[in-house]
Write a protein that binds this ligand. Sequence first.
Ligand code: HEC
Length: 153
Amino acid sequence: MTRIILFLLLIIIVAIQFFQPEKNENGGRKSPDEITGLYTIPANVQTILKQACYDCHSNNTRYPWYAGIQPVGWLMAAHIREGKKELNFDEYGAYSSKRQRNKMKRMKEQVTAGKMPLSSYTLIHADARLTTGQKELIANWIDSTLELHTGDH
Ligand code: HEC
């Protein structure tokens, strides 16, 4: 009985490998609505965002090798889909200015509270773990950007 169950499990594990989720990749193409076209982002802040946020909040994910293993890849795809729906740095310029400001505030909240990047992500991506200094850099950049853009409607 145990053998049959193990055998069936093996079959299932092999079978699900044939269902690879579509990858979130744009081949490095530049989007006209990138956040960089809207705000000035200092290089050190940009580096942090790229390293810690872009995998789930842009149109281009850097995939690790194990993304090809299911169900790992499916879980990643779900995070990316949800993450992009909430915040996409490649489509930021297309948001209403109210939404743009709101997302900036949310970013500061999430980063300061340590809720972003997701802990399931920083568990593996050590380079995405933010130090207090890096969190402050992001918070300060958001404060000065919001101050500069208060007049927008
Ligand atoms: C592993 C994927 C992943 C990474 C990396 C990640 N996020 Fe997220 N993010 C999500 C998901 C999924 C959601 C939506 C569900 C939730 O809020 O937990 C989200 C939601 C958010 C929201 C909420 C938007 C709103 O309006 O409520 C903000 C802001 C955000 N992320 C900012 C960031 C920032 C800034 C970083 C980098 C420092 C980052 N995220 C890194 C997956 C990720």
